[in-house]
Design a protein around this ligand. Structure first.
Ligand code: I3S
Length: 129
């Protein structure tokens, strides 16, 4: 079954492993805690799972029945390079309307660039809706 967090079982725009840390929750700054995460971009949501799907390689969702660790609504979100916010290379910064902020990072520049494009496209589409 698809996770209930999505408004709609929209087509998955992108999924993959990224390093992620939240840096703010509802406008309150948090201590960084970088960890690998399986990230799924679909519909208006960015969904984070602790584990990649292990059952079927073609399954873009988390393991069958697994619950996402968290998810955020990308409507109105701001997307920027995160280079001032981390010493790591290839970092993206996302801030959502309720003031949740997180960083996404990959050691592979092309991978992070592809995520940047995919996220920008979704956020721009949501802005037009
Ligand atoms: O932005 P900061 O505070 O320099 O981030 C680093 C710290 O959060 C550090 O944790 P502690 O200060 O709790 O030991 C992390 O281990 C680092 O990874 C953080 O910096 P980077 O540059 O990796 O985002």
């Amino acid at each position: 079954p698809l996770p209930q967090v999505l408004d709609d079982p929209h087509e998955v725009e992108r999924s993959g492993m990224l390093n992620m840390t939240k840096i703010a929750q509802g406008g309150r700054k948090l201590r960084k805690n970088w960890a690998p995460s399986w990230v799924v971009l679909a519909g208006n949501s960015l969904v984070f799972y602790r584990e990649p799907p292990l059952t079927a390689p073609c399954t873009v969702w988390g393991p069958a029945g697994s619950r996402p660790e968290s998810s955020v609504d990308l409507r109105g979100a701001a997307l920027a390079h995160g280079r001032q916010l981390s010493s790591r290379r290839n970092v993206l910064h996302i801030r959502t309307v309720p003031g949740h902020e997180f960083l996404l990072q990959s050691d592979h520049e092309a991978e992070l660039r592809a995520w940047h494009c995919a996220l920008r496209a979704v956020i721009e589409r949501l802005d037009r809706e």
